[in-house]
Unconditional design. Structure first.
Length: 165
């Protein structure tokens, strides 16, 4: 178990270091303008149902705007959800699991949000296959706001990651 903790600590450290180095090495003179294309629910729904192909095209358009390379694997395996709320314009996401190792209880997951989208409030519960979620975040563009439920003695209820791009 101690070996697994060391491995996870090293992997987490490498992730943070990679994000930090890649973000610092970016030439700000070549920084792209923010992706500001604004969609409405009418763009994404046909007969009251979310059309995942239209949503996929919007995410790929955003990735192309930022010069983020993507593979056929991503296009074929990206899952898209409106959390069954019917409001993809404001509450929706796309995501892909690059790694999901249930034996060692770790995963690598990437999430994409279009401008104005958010993820619904949720929690991660430990199971026999997964520990409670321990996560690092690196915003490729824009910013991340994370609301945390903390014990009362800690007076922090909102953590805002610095704007990276």
């Amino acid at each position: 178990m101690r070996t697994m903790k060391k491995v996870l600590a090293i992997l987490f450290g490498a992730l943070i270091l990679t994000c930090t180095i890649s973000c610092k090495n970016q030439d700000s003179s070549k920084a792209k303008e923010p992706y500001v294309k604004k969609y409405t629910n009418d763009d994404f729904y046909k007969n009251g149902e979310l059309d995942p192909q239209i949503a996929l095209a919007a995410y790929l358009d955003m990735l192309e705007h930022y010069g983020v390379p993507y593979s056929d694997f991503l296009k074929e395996n990206l899952w898209i959800t409106d959390f069954s709320l019917g409001d993809f314009e404001n509450v929706g996401m796309a995501g892909i699991f690059w790694v999901n190792d249930q034996e060692h209880k770790y995963l690598g997951h990437e999430i994409y949000l279009l401008p104005g989208q958010m993820i619904v409030e949720h929690r991660h519960i430990a199971t026999e296959y997964r520990l409670n979620l321990r996560a690092g975040r690196c915003a490729m563009a824009g910013f991340t706001i994370i609301l945390l439920a903390m014990p009362p003695q800690i007076h922090l209820n909102c953590l805002k990651a610095k704007k990276i791009l």
